[in-house]
Design a protein around this ligand. Structure first.
Ligand code: NAD
Length: 256
């Protein structure tokens, strides 16, 4: 896959899946733009070592005004965006009756509404360039539910629906929009859930094994690198008729 000359914005790309996807895009020659918090300098160095010096914008994707700034930065600094990977996401685990309202609002804003805002601002740039790929990192929880994840499940189902609408609106153009739906990937987001089990008295290996055994028949984590490869496929010419898909990559989770 050669993405030389393409500009790729990956939201939430300072760790986990976003950094893995950004790495694959950088290795394929794309100009990558990073976003997210935490180990920013480390992520920038990692991407620079694989390809071009990355761009970076610190927008909080929970805030539409900051998303405006992010997309303005992309347009002014790089002339637009060809590949948009909507990946930023957070999780909170609690039953509905005890689910904090501020966590609901934050998850809906970051995991769902941000996808609307980045897409709405990226589409005119893609139409001008007459090419584009929007790849939304949803989840198996965009297609099935688990208990205690009300906001996350609702937001990810929303992302899958939004993906289909954008795919229909772009169906007669060289712009495609798809969702990818990973099962368990061992990232900080999932480590938090393993840590909750450890805090409840389970040993570390057992906590990981239990988490996988409950949902993922392969009993192995999906890796950020595998997700990066799927994103590269969706960027290619062979995937131009993949439109509005919700592509699960989940060790068999949804086959049950
Ligand atoms: P992670 O916690 O490792 O990474 C999340 C990234 O998003 C980080 O770069 C973080 O800085 C950034 N981020 C968080 N809040 C943000 C905000 N308000 N604005 C901008 N950036 C913000 O998590 P991950 O597991 O790599 O998750 C990435 C995506 O993959 C999420 O959308 C998540 O729902 C999805 N996903 C993860 C799994 C899994 O098992 N890890 C499975 C399915 C889907």
């Amino acid at each position: 896959m050669n993405l030389t000359g393409k500009t790729a914005l990956v939201t939430g790309s300072t760790s986990g899946i976003g950094l893995g996807v950004a790495s694959s895009l950088a290795m394929a020659g794309a100009q990558v733009i990073l976003n997210g918090f935490g180990e920013v300098e480390q992520a920038k160095r990692h991407i620079a070592a694989l390809g071009l010096e990355p761009g970076y914008h610190p927008a909080d994707l929970g805030d539409p005004a900051q998303i405006d700034d992010l997309m303005r930065y992309v347009e002014q600094r790089y002339g637009g965006v060809d590949i948009l990977v909507n990946n930023a996401g957070i999780q909170h685990v609690a039953p509905v009756h005890a689910f904090p309202q501020e966590k609901w609002n934050a998850i809906v804003a970051i995991n769902l509404s941000s996808v609307f805002h980045t897409s709405r601002l990226a589409l005119p740039m893609m139409r001008r360039r007459n090419w584009g790929r929007i790849i939304n990192v949803a989840s198996v929880h965009g297609l099935v539910a688990s208990k205690d994840k009300a906001a996350y499940v609702a937001a990810k189902h929303g992302v899958v629906g939004l993906t289909k609408t954008v795919a229909l609106e772009t169906a007669r153009t060289p712009i495609t929009c798809n969702a990818i739906c990973p099962g368990w990937v061992l990232t900080p987001l999932v480590q938090q859930q393993i840590d909750q089990r450890i805090a409840a008295g389970v040993d570390a290996q057992q906590a990981r094994d239990d988490l996988l055994a409950e949902k993922q028949p392969s009993q192995e984590f999906v890796t950020p690198q595998q997700l990066g490869e799927l994103v590269l496929f969706l960027c290619g010419d062979a995937a131009v008729q993949v439109r509005g898909a919700a592509w699960n990559i989940d060790g068999g989770w949804l086959a049950q």
